[in-house]
Structures are given as structure tokens and as C-alpha cells.
Design a protein around this ligand. Structure first.
Ligand SMILES: O=C(O)CCC(=O)C(=O)O
Length: 285
């Protein structure tokens, strides 16, 4: 799918974009069936593991699934969509032509609550030599004002990098009092199933509770330009290059004037964004 110049300009000045009708109904049907299988499987685990992030108290009788980790590595259906021209063509327009897979995740917000996500910038988790990185949110179900859609603050991709540490440890979120009334300007990214949202890696974003009666799944695909190299993180170089979808491997990093703080020291344990942010909220309360 191609993007109009107006959509590219909108993304460049606002740091986010919503595009409708990207994922066709047949693919959506298969995604939903695959997700249902994982939700069933998650009922068998007692605590978070390599595949599932579950909240404390999770059980088959009272499931509290928060995330499927790296879904593209768990099932070909997710992997095919992350590599599909329908999505990657759009990403290539916004990243300047080259595309490398960064990572994927599938977040759940169950009805009547669901884990709230505090304001944060993805850049705080994985700074690179330049900020040509973004995340695509695939709306597997409708995203409505009631079911905890992604909220963004327009234009913040060009602003400061906020402190995501709390008491000297990386906390994965910004203290709720740090943004003041700026969050009054939040834009809700709502759209029908099959749409995608796109947010720049430095755009401030968050999401609230799900007050609806059905689960909100959000499949997130993060991509980087090929010449954006991670800061203070090592990879197996062949594996790193094997994730290139557009462009050629390079050893030349493009370095631009970007603010960088490294996400260290990393908190003890799983490092789940949900648990870390919960500690942050408790500290700020
Ligand atoms: O699932 C959501 O609503 C937000 C997810 C998010 O921002 C994240 O996982 O980094």
C-alpha cells in the first residue's frame, strides 16, 4: 500500500499516523484464531515465561494475560504480517527506504480494567545512532475510546527525551507528575479493526484502562532503518542482518543529533514494562 505525501508530511510533523484498511478481513480472521489459541495456551502457565507475560494471580480460572512476547517468533501468521508488503511498504516510506525488524509484541487489555500503560517513549528502551525507528500497532479488533486505545502527544518526537528512571533504576515509564497538563492534549488513536497506528520511536504515548466488555489486543511491530545501530546493546551480527526486509547490510552507522540515555541499570527480574511501571506509579503516589 502506498502513502500519500500528505500522510508522510503528517507523520513527519506529528510523529504518529493512523492508516485504515491495511489488514484484509481474511488475514484478520486468521490472526484472531491464532490469538485465541495462544490465549487458551496461556491458561496453562502459572507465571510469566519466555512466551507469556501474565499479571500476578494469573490462573486458568482467573486469566490475567498481559502480553505475548515476540509473537512473530511464536507463530508464522504474525511473522508473515510483519513482513507483508501491506505493512512494510508503508514503513519504508516513513523510514527513508530501508527497513529492519526491531522486535514484536502483542499486548492485551482485558475488559473491565486491563493494564494501564504509563507515558513513555520507546526510545528510552532502545536508543540507536539515529531515530529512524517506529512502531506499527495492528488493530486486530476495533480500537475505541472505551477499550484503552493508544494515546499519543503530537510533535513530541522532536522534543526532549524524558527521564525513565526511578530511584536510579530504569523504570520503563515517566513519573506521572513529570508531564504536567501536557497530557490534556493527548490524541486517542481509534480506528476500525484492520487499521494500523504508527508512532515514531520518540513520540510520547500511553494507554488507559479498558472499560468496555471485550478484550483489546494490540499487535505491535517495531522497525528500524538499516543504518540505525543500537546503542549499548550487542547483537549477533548475522542474526541482526537477517532481520533486514528492505536495503542491504552495512557496517556504517548514520549518527544524528539525538538525545540518548541508556536503560541501565535494568531492573531485577523479568523486566516486564507492566511490573516496572507499577513500581513507578507506587513510588510517585
Ligand atoms: O498496549 C498498549 O496500549 C501500549 C503498549 C506500549 O506502548 C508498549 O508496549 O510499549
Amino acid at each position: 500500500m502506498s502513502l500519500k505525501q500528505q500522510q508522510i508530511d503528517f507523520y513527519k510533523s506529528n510523529g504518529y499516523l493512523v492508516v485504515k484498511d491495511v489488514v484484509d478481513p481474511a488475514t484478520l480472521g486468521r490472526l484472531r484464531a491464532t490469538i485465541d489459541e495462544f490465549v487458551e495456551r496461556s491458561k496453562q502457565v502459572a507465571e510469566s515465561d519466555d512466551v507469556f507475560d501474565v499479571a500476578p494471580g494469573h490462573s486458568a480460572a482467573s486469566p490475567k494475560l498481559r502480553r505475548i512476547k515476540q509473537p512473530t517468533q511464536q507463530h508464522p501468521e504474525f511473522d508473515a504480517l510483519m513482513r507483508s508488503p501491506a505493512v512494510v511498504d508503508i514503513v519504508a516510506y516513513l523510514l527513508g527506504g530501508t527497513v529492519r525488524i526491531e522486535h514484536s509484541k502483542l499486548n492485551f487489555k482485558p475488559p473491565g480494567g486491563g493494564a494501564k500503560i504509563e507515558w513513555h517513549q520507546d526510545w528510552a528502551f532502545y536508543p540507536h545512532t539515529n531515530d529512524d525507528l517506529l512502531a506499527v500497532g495492528v488493530m486486530v479488533e476495533d480500537c475505541t475510546p472505551e477499550n484503552g486505545p493508544l494515546n499519543v502527544l503530537a510533535g513530541t518526537h522532536r522534543g526532549p527525551l524524558y527521564d525513565h528512571h526511578d530511584q536510579g533504576v530504569f523504570a520503563g515509564g515517566i513519573r506521572p507528575d513529570a508531564l504536567g497538563d501536557a497530557t490534556d492534549q493527548a490524541v486517542e488513536l481509534t480506528a476500525p479493526a484492520g487499521s494500523i497506528s504508527i508512532h515514531h520511536v520518540r513520540t510520547l504515548h500511553a494507554s488507559g484502562e479498558n472499560t468496555s466488555t471485550s478484550t483489546r489486543p494490540l499487535l505491535l511491530f517495531a522497525y528500524a532503518a538499516v543504518d540505525a545501530f543500537p546503542v549499548f546493546k550487542t547483537y549477533d551480527f548475522d542474526e541482526f542482518n537477517s532481520r533486514i526486509l528492505r536495503g542491504e547490510p552495512t557496517v556504517t552507522a548514520r549518527i544524528t543529533d539525538v538525545p540518548v540515555r541508556v536503560p541501565h541499570p535494568w531492573p531485577e527480574g523479568e523486566g516486564s514494562i507492566f511490573d516496572n511501571q507499577a513500581k513507578l506509579s507506587a513510588a510517585a503516589a
